[in-house]
Structures are given as structure tokens and as C-alpha cells.
Design a protein around this ligand. Structure first.
Ligand SMILES: C[S@@+](CC[C@H](N)C(=O)[O-])C[C@H]1O[C@@H](n2cnc3c(N)ncnc32)[C@H](O)[C@@H]1O
Length: 394
């Protein structure tokens, strides 16, 4: 029996418009396919607001096998980077969120079978140790700096298992295995908490039996490593990937004209709050999060659009610097709600781009579904659109 693809409101293809030389191609890039796409390492770890892999692939596929340098300054989990790698293109990504660095590093990491087997072996050893500790009356105490903040979000038996896992992972002497298993740990932190998902708040405590955490981590680790081995086999050229963790309003370590193409989706004002969504992960992994807390662009906890516009102007100025003259910047942005009215993201973006000196090449927009009463009301006349605009660096 054929199964119906589950499509979120933000992925519905209700209507399209386009203009400019590349407009039709941009509209195709915005058309979310009904099935598949999240293959290889794209499947690893949840990441809210990510691209469908089809979008960067469509924008880049004519450059396959060239030495066009691709950059995503808001890489999130690194979707654009993985697609650039698969087309044999050198690529760099940046995100101020330390969890994005963790996820993107694993998603862009091709591995040999030998490396994968070594890391699987470490995961197996840790699983056996955690299982044995679970049966002990007095397991070793675990020092966790943020325990007070973490404990209220977990049931006791799940918390104990998570603490032991992370203690053993952190004690691994080899950096690649340790970092990969820390990323795998991050992928389960919300699942076993009282939170419903990354972007939705608290729920009734979930019912997981003892040992569930261990089984999950072993399975996730196998899945990731197999995807990384397959990624390695699919590459048509040796991977050239660099990741940065900077504020995209400044990009202090990146100089002039480094890239030929930028593909990115900056945060929309007041739509997500990546710091809040990833806080459990940052607390567990004791990641430095202050720069992200204060520097996050457009966070929901900061609802004023003016601040977003100022920040976005700085972003457009930095991107102007790092793109070579004649290069293309592809920006994806969706309409958002301010107060009780809908804001046309394309108009807001064009105003900022023009002030910085960008020229518009082409654009396409897709009408998407609305998912709340508030959105239905705000977009009742014009509809809610997602835009993909190509700006050129003169
Ligand atoms: C819409 S998401 C990008 C998702 C990405 N396209 C993907 O496929 O996973 C926007 C990203 O911007 C990052 N971000 C927010 N403020 C930032 C800043 N000032 N500098 C750099 N990154 C920032 C967030 O952490 C988030 O990962």
C-alpha cells in the first residue's frame, strides 16, 4: 500500500511565482519533493528550520566537479555543506551555535570502514559498562556542572543512565571517537527529557524502560557511522570542508572574496529561539553558550524586528566582503508574523540588500501552508510565502 508523505505546513507547495533569468531554477529549488531527500548523514540529529537537501542541490548541481567555493554563514546542521561535498565542491560553513558545529561536523565527516568499526567498538564497550553500572547499588557519582538545571527535565532512571553514558564518553582518550559519541549523545537528549521536541515545551514524563537510553545510543551510533562510510564512498573528490563558529554579523576570521556562491537561510525574526531549543544540549555537554545567547539573530525572545533588520544589515555587509565580485548570494527567508499582521520577508530583505549595495539577480516565492490561527489571520489576504532571492555582488 502506498504511504502518504508527511508534509509539514512549511513544506507545502501551494503556488509559485518567479522573476529574473534564474527565476525558474529558483522556483524548482523551492519545490519541496513529496518523498525522500533526507539520506546519508542528513538523517543524523534533529535541527529545526533546516533546508530540504533538494534546495542546495538544485542550486549547485550545474557546478558539479568544478572548484566553485560554497559558503553557508548560517549552516545549522550543515545541509548545504553536505550537498556541496557530494557535488565535489570545496565548502565552508559557519554558525554561532555550538550545537550546530557539533552536528555539522558529524554530518560532513566521511569515514573509512576501519574508523567506523573502531568507534562502534568504543560505543559497545560503553554500553556494556553502563548496563553493568545500572545493576550496581552504588554506582560512581558523576560530576555535572549543570545538574541542577538538567535534573527537573528528566525521570530519575533516565537521568542516571544519561549521566553515566556521558561520563564514560567524556573519558575516552581519542578525540574523534569522543566527539562523535558526544554528538550522538546530543541527538538523544531531548528524546529522553520531558520536552516534546526541540521546538515544543514540556510534556508528561515519557515512559521509557530501563536500558532504553543505552539501546538508543548504540543504534544511533551505528546509523551515523554507516551513513558516514556511505558518504565517503559517494564523494567524487576528496572532501574539502571547513567549519567556523563566529557571529555572522562580523565574520572576523574571513577575508575578502573567498567564496563564489553563498547559500543560506538566516533566522527569521521571532520565529525560532535556537538558544532555548538547544539549551539542554549545551548544558549537558558543558558547551560555551554565552556568545550565542547574546549574539543570536532574530531570536523569539527578542521580538523586535528593528533589531533583526539592523543585524541583517551587518550580515549583508559581511557577506558582501567574503563573496567575490560577480558571485551570487542565495537567501531563503519566509514571511513572519509581527503583532497580528504578516510581514513580507522579500520586501524587508530587498530593502536591506539595496542599502548595502547588492543587485538583485532573480527571485522565486512558494506559497506555504499556515499552521496556527494567528498565522491564518495574519496571512488571510496575501498568503504566507517562502522566498529564495539571488543577490549579485557587483
Ligand atoms: C534557519 S537556521 C539554518 C538551518 C540550516 N540551513 C540547515 O539546513 O540546517 C539559522 C541558523 O542561524 C544560526 N544563527 C543565529 N544567529 C546567528 C549569528 N549571529 N551568527 C551565526 N549564526 C547564527 C542559528 O544557530 C541557526 O542554526
Amino acid at each position: 500500500m502506498a504511504t502518504k508523505a508527511r508534509r509539514s505546513f512549511s513544506q507545502q507547495n501551494l503556488e509559485f511565482r518567479h522573476s529574473g533569468e534564474l527565476g525558474e531554477q529558483l522556483a524548482e529549488a523551492l519545490r519541496v519533493p513529496a518523498h525522500g531527500g533526507y539520506v546519508l548523514t542528513h538523517r543524523f540529529h534533529p535541527y529545526p528550520g533546516r533546508f530540504h537537501p533538494h534546495l542546495p542541490r538544485r542550486l549547485l548541481k550545474d557546478h558539479e566537479g568544478t572548484d566553485i567555493r560554497v559558503f553557508d554563514p548560517f549552516m545549522g546542521g550543515g545541509t548545504a555543506l553536505v550537498e556541496a561535498m557530494l557535488l565535489g565542491l570545496p565548502t565552508e560553513g559557519n554558525d554561532l551555535n555550538p550545537v550546530a558545529s557539533l552536528v555539522a561536523r558529524e554530518r560532513t565527516q566521511p569515514r573509512s570502514s576501519e574508523q567506523a568499526e573502531r568507534i562502534k567498538g568504543e560505543a559497545g564497550r560503553i554500553a556494556a559498562q553502563v548496563e553493568a553500572l545500572r545493576r550496581e547499588k552504588n554506582p560512581p557519582r558523576v560530576r555535572q556542572r549543570n545538574l541542577e538545571r538538567l535534573a527537573p527535565h528528566y525521570q530519575q532512571h533516565l537521568l542516571a543512565e544519561l549521566l553515566q553514558w556521558l561520563r564514560l564518553v567524556n573519558a575516552l582518550p581519542q578525540i574523534p571517537a569522543r566527539e562523535t559519541l558526544r554528538a550522538v549523545f546530543s541527538s538523544g537528549v531531548v528524546k529522553y527529557s520531558n520536552r516534546l521536541s526541540d521546538s515544543v515545551g514540556e510534556r508528561d514524563p515519557p515512559r521509557y524502560p530501563k536500558g532504553a537510553v543505552t539501546r538508543f545510543f548504540v543504534a544511533k551510533c551505528d546509523e551515523l557511522l554507516e551513513a558516514q562510510v556511505t558518504l565517503g564512498r559517494r564523494l567524487i573528490a576528496p572532501a574539502q570542508v571547513r567549519l567556523h563558529q563566529e557571529d555572522s554579523l562580523l565574520l572576523p576570521s574571513l577575508g575578502w572574496g573567498l567564496f563564489d556562491i553563498i547559500i543560506t537561510s538566516p533566522p527569521y525574526p521571532g520565529t525560532y529561539d535556537y538558544y532555548e531549543q538547544h539549551r539542554l544540549r549545551m548544558d549537558w555537554l558543558e558547551l560555551e553558550s554565552e556568545s550565542f545567547q547574546s549574539g543570536e539573530l532574530g531570536a523569539r525572545r527578542e521580538t523586535r524586528q528593528r533589531r533583526w533588520s539592523h543585524g541583517m544589515k551587518d550580515v549583508m555587509t559581511s557577506l558582501y566582503r567574503v563573496l567575490r565580485p560577480g558571485g551570487s548570494l542565495f537567501l531563503v527567508l519566509g514571511d513572519w508574523v509581527e503583532g497580528d499582521h504578516g510581514v513580507d520577508a522579500a520586501t524587508a530583505l530587498r530593502r536591506i540588500a539595496k542599502a548595502v549595495g547588492w543587485r538583485e539577480g532573480a527571485s522565486a516565492s512558494a506559497r506555504r501552508g499556515t499552521h496556527s490561527r494567528k498565522e491564518q489571520k495574519a496571512f488571510s489576504k496575501k498568503g504566507k510565502w517562502e522566498h529564495l532571492i539571488e543577490f549579485r555582488r557587483p
